[in-house]
Structures are given as C-alpha cells and as structure tokens.
Write a protein that binds this ligand. Sequence first.
Ligand SMILES: Nc1ncnc2c1ncn2[C@@H]1O[C@H](COP(=O)(O)OP(=O)(O)OP(=O)(O)O)[C@@H](O)[C@H]1O
Length: 305
Amino acid sequence: MTDAIALDAVDKYYGQRQILRDLTLRVPLGSVFAFLGNNGHGKSTTIRLITGLTRAQCGSIRVLGHDITRERRRILAQTGCLIEAPSSYPNLTGAEFLSIGVSLKKLARTEIHRVLELVDLRGDGRQRIQHYSLGMKQRLALAHALLGSPRLLVLDEPTNGLDPHGTQQMRRLLSGLPAMANCTIFFSSHNLDEVEKTASHLAVLHDGAVRIQTSVPDWQKSLAGVLALDLCDAGKGALALQSMGYATTTDESGHLLVADVDRQQAGVLHARLMASGLTLYQSTLRKPSLEQWFLQTSGHHGSAT
Ligand SMILES: Nc1ncnc2c1ncn2[C@@H]1O[C@H](COP(=O)(O)OP(=O)(O)OP(=O)(O)O)[C@@H](O)[C@H]1O
C-alpha cells in the first residue's frame, strides 16, 4: 500500500443535487496533504465520505488499504479526527478531557502524557480548559485525535479561527507529525499561506471534482511566472528575446521582464541569451503565491451555493 487514501470515480448526491463528480484522489502515506477549494465545493462532504459519516452513490473509497463501506470500524480504529471539541468541557482539565478518550479506547494512562507532549501542552494538562487559549484548545483537540497513535489524521480546517501565533504553532505541529507520530495528515484549509508552508502535497477541489493534485515541490517547479533579467544591454536583450518569439517589458530597475515562463523555459532563455553574446548579471523567476495561483486555477469563482 502506497496511499493512505484512495478515491476512484466517486459520485455523491444530496437528493437530486450532485455534490461530487467522478472524484479521484490519491493521498500518499506519510504526506501532509492539503485539500483546497472554495466554500461549498465539497471538501467537508469528501471528509465525511472518508470517515464513513455518509455514503457515496458510486465509486470506490479505500482508506489505509480498506474499503470504507465494508471495513469502517477497522479504518476508524486507526484514524484520528478533530471531532471532540474541548470547549464543551470548560470545567475539565486538559488531562481529564483526554482521559475520557483513553477510557473509551481502552488505552494506558501514559498515553495522556505522550499526546500532551506531542502537541506542546506538557505543562498545561492540569489547567482547566476554560483557561486555555483558542490555540491551546485546538492543540488539545489534536492531542485527542492522536490518542492510540492513529496512522491517519483527518482534520477539517485545523487552523480556523487561530491567531498568527496559534496558526504558526499548529503549522509546526502538522508538518512535524508524520515523522514524529508516523502518520499521514489529510486536512482541508482556506488558509493558503499556511498550506504553502505546511503541506507536502495538495489538491484543489472545484465544483465537486479534483482539478489538480500534486506534490508541493512539483507544483512549485511547474509554476510559470515572470522572468526578470538583469542584462548588460537591456535593449539588445529585448531584441534577442523578440527574435525568439518573446514579448518583453521593463521594470523600474531596468530589468527585462518576460511573462509566463516556467523553470525549464527560463533555463533555455538564459542559454540562448548568453550564446548571443549578452552578459546576464542576474535572473529571477517571480512566481505567483499559492493564493494568486489558486484564484487563477479556481477561475475566481466564489461560492457554488
Ligand atoms: N447534509 C446535506 N444535505 C444537503 N446538502 C448538503 C449537505 N451537506 C452539505 N450540503 C451541500 O453540499 C455542498 C458542499 O458542501 P461542503 O460542506 O462539502 O462544502 P465545503 O467545500 O466543505 O465548504 P466550506 O469550505 O464552506 O466548508 C454545499 O452546497 C452544501 O450546502
């Protein structure tokens, strides 16, 4: 098994309305996989399918190598979700809150200290939850999801509502957990800046179908951007580029700009400019952020509802 989650040709309807269409998704084992999409395009529905909370009308859903419709219990025993909300238990201490999960799952009490340590709450287990910050509550919920060392964590918007500090702590945790806790993380998010800093893989869901799925390094390599060239003679450079079929503009520093160039094309351009006798002092490929790219990829659409 190489994929923690494998969805093939999944269709999901609520009544007459089709929410997911021909959805195919591969989440590699050990990845931190970000699931992106505008509001109402089907992220939570996909998460509900993966955790067996709702059923698809057709297609196959395999989680940790098992079929969700036939082996849901087996899958859930190895999966952690951000479902329990610590805010509902303000009078309990963090450790007491976790002890409920420990009893239900019949785990050793040492598990409480292990998960508190994993989420950086080691010294806070005896404090009542009402005195926790939102970020601490979110990390306590994550600790709860980590009870029993699940092989898969499924998190619906784990940084939602957190301040920059809380977001940064959650980001550090999520990117480190696969190695520390030997698990795969699948999370949905609207925070694209976070995704860029945290995820190893990403998929964009648009109108119920996966529009793109890739590893973050491959995505970064494939991104086209604006190539800014600092040449000894910008005029000659512009003519040389024109003869190669590229239109240029100039920025305020006198750099030649060539739009819509990817990494490979940039390499070819450098070689050809230098072969025509021009000295290249510096070259920068200015790529769009994940946010700019997402807006282009999702066609600037707002809510599908
Ligand atoms: N139980 C349900 N019955 C009927 N329609 C539903 C149900 N749950 C969700 N929907 C609809 O399905 C569509 C997809 O919802 P979903 O919650 O999966 O989107 P999402 O991408 O998670 O959105 P958000 O980012 O806002 O959480 C929405 O139009 C929603 O109104």
